[in-house]
Design a protein around this ligand. Structure first.
Ligand SMILES: [Mg+2]
Length: 214
């Protein structure tokens, strides 16, 4: 039986929000501007895809800054993440990461957890490591991106069981496409997620109870 479990990254596999930390590295003024844009997107004043490009244009993350964020993800890894992923893999679950964050920031965490497939936004750099742009066609740069990725993975791998674990509304959006959606409420409890998730956990290791019975 083919079993797939996909995890969100920010505020799920690790405590941090990578884009906020990148913005902080760019200085306080940039951080404020980025925060305002994020709020405008959350209030529905500006479409997600527009905010996505504008935030990156402000931050212009370098390859080195992305590596620094990678280290932060590791330093603040969810306390039970390693044992949970190892145990899931041992019992035949294929673990993936699906993130609206940036692939070069998430690589180190995926490597540490032994997760081979990472679905996250690719960034492009110049030869000297400065920022050149991002993959504007990547699904998680827009609303409905995570369901799109889940649909693609299901078409590709034909799993018998699919689970998504995450803290955000963009994760919750995958609910109609997965067999079980698990809300991760260990770092942030978003009202909409808490109210609408089929299952919720405060530690990743709690997912083992559900997955073990499937
Ligand atoms: Mg998240």
């Amino acid at each position: 039986m083919k079993k797939i479990i996909a995890f969100d990254c920010d505020s799920t596999l690790s405590a941090i929000e990578g884009v906020d930390e990148l913005a902080r590295l760019a200085g306080n003024d940039i951080f404020q501007l980025v925060e305002n844009l994020t709020n405008q997107a959350m209030n529905g004043e500006v479409p997600v895809e527009e905010v996505f490009a504008r935030r990156l244009d402000l931050i212009k993350p370098t390859r080195q800054q992305c590596a620094d964020i990678g280290q932060m993800y590791l330093d603040q890894i969810e306390p039970t993440a390693r044992e949970t992923i190892a145990s899931l893999q041992k019992t035949g679950w294929e673990c993936l990461i699906i993130s609206g964050g940036f692939a070069p920031c998430i690589e180190a965490l995926a490597l540490e957890l032994g997760i081979k497939r990472v679905e996250a936004v690719p960034l492009h750099f110049e030869a000297d490591g400065s920022y050149r742009g991002f993959d504007e066609n990547y699904p998680t740069t827009r609303d409905g991106g995570k369901p799109e990725i889940i649909a693609k993975i299901k078409a590709e791998l034909s799993p018998d069981l699919t689970i998504m674990v995450g803290d955000g509304v963009s994760d919750l959006e995958t609910s109609p496409l997965v067999d079980h959606f698990i809300g991760y409420l260990g770092y942030v409890t978003r009202e909409k997620v808490a109210a609408n998730c089929m299952h919720s956990v405060k530690k990743l290791s709690e997912t083992l109870t559900l997955t073990g019975s499937l």
